[in-house]
Design a protein around this ligand. Structure first.
Ligand code: PGA
Length: 274
């Protein structure tokens, strides 16, 4: 996927301006509440050698908080990067059960998923919370992976863009240009998550190009071209190729199919040559 965004025309313009971005495909596994620490480590034992020579793809795994520290130790000096699935925005404090960006960043972790629909739905996370979490993550040098997406009812009522736009505007409130450039976005329609019913690649492309346009209008063209925007929702080895072939789909956030070593490796291999 060499610089999928640019057709010949826009490529020329950008090269003339001296701005030329190549967005590396991102394969991010969201393990949710699965895998013990020893299962997590044995997964790494298998994928580290298999992914060692795959440098054209950014590989991120987001395990449970329990597995983060030992996995960070084992993945040190490899091309496997790690992310948390959630963060709290305060640095420290009396917040029983929470883990902050500050504490996570101490492990040398690079990413944090923020605003996943399961957090928004089951734990009533608001756009304001998402915004606080994004700011805290950026403050402690974690790159947020910010999830947005509509429910089935919202899609059927033609509200997809409105919902996504509201989540973006609320989540990115007071986030400046530089900060926005460090974010990965993920379009994750709720009706496609864990259901086996993926969005079609053209549905994904349509909403992701809308997100890129929104970023261009809210920040600038350069930021919009620089940031990776992923698709998530029932991604598997069977459909990843067609999703990544879309010009604005820069990678995928994968739940269920990221839990098995073989399917995860297969998807990383496909992304590496896309
Ligand atoms: P899924 O989950 O791949 O199991 O649909 C995706 C996600 O929740 O990020």
């Amino acid at each position: 996927m060499i610089n999928k965004f640019f057709n010949v025309f826009s490529l020329n313009i950008f090269m003339k301006m001296g701005v030329f971005f190549v967005r590396k495909p991102v394969i991010a596994g969201n393990w949710k509440m699965f895998k013990t620490v020893s299962e997590s480590l044995s997964f790494l034992d298998k994928i580290i050698p298999a992914c060692k020579s795959l440098h054209k793809v950014e590989i991120i795994i987001c395990p449970t908080f329990l597995s983060l520290a030992p996995m960070a130790e084992k993945a040190k000096d490899t091309n496997i990067l790690l992310g948390a699935q959630n963060t709290h925005w305060e640095k420290e404090g009396a917040f029983t059960g929470e883990v902050s960006s500050y504490l996570i960043s101490d492990l040398g972790i690079n990413y944090a998923i923020i605003g996943h629909s399961e957090r928004r739905g089951y734990f009533q996370e608001t756009d304001e919370w998402v915004n606080n979490k994004i700011k805290a993550a950026l403050n402690f040098n974690l790159n947020p992976i910010v999830c947005v997406g509509e429910s089935l009812e919202e899609r059927e009522n033609g509200q997809t863009r409105k919902v996504v736009e509201t989540q973006l505007a609320g989540g990115l409130n007071d986030i400046d240009l530089n900060q926005a450039g460090s974010i990965i976005f993920a379009y994750e329609p709720i009706w496609a998550i864990g259901t086996g019913r993926s969005a079609t690649s053209s549905d994904a492309q349509e909403v992701i190009s809308f997100i890129r346009r929104w970023l261009s209008e809210s920040y600038n063209m350069e930021t919009a071209q620089k940031v990776p925007i992923l698709y998530g929702g029932s991604v598997k080895p069977d459909n990843i190729g067609s999703l990544l072939a879309e010009k604005d789909v820069d990678g995928v956030l994968i739940g269920g199919a990221s839990l098995k070593e073989d399917s995860f490796i297969e998807m990383v291999q496909i992304a590496n040559i896309s």
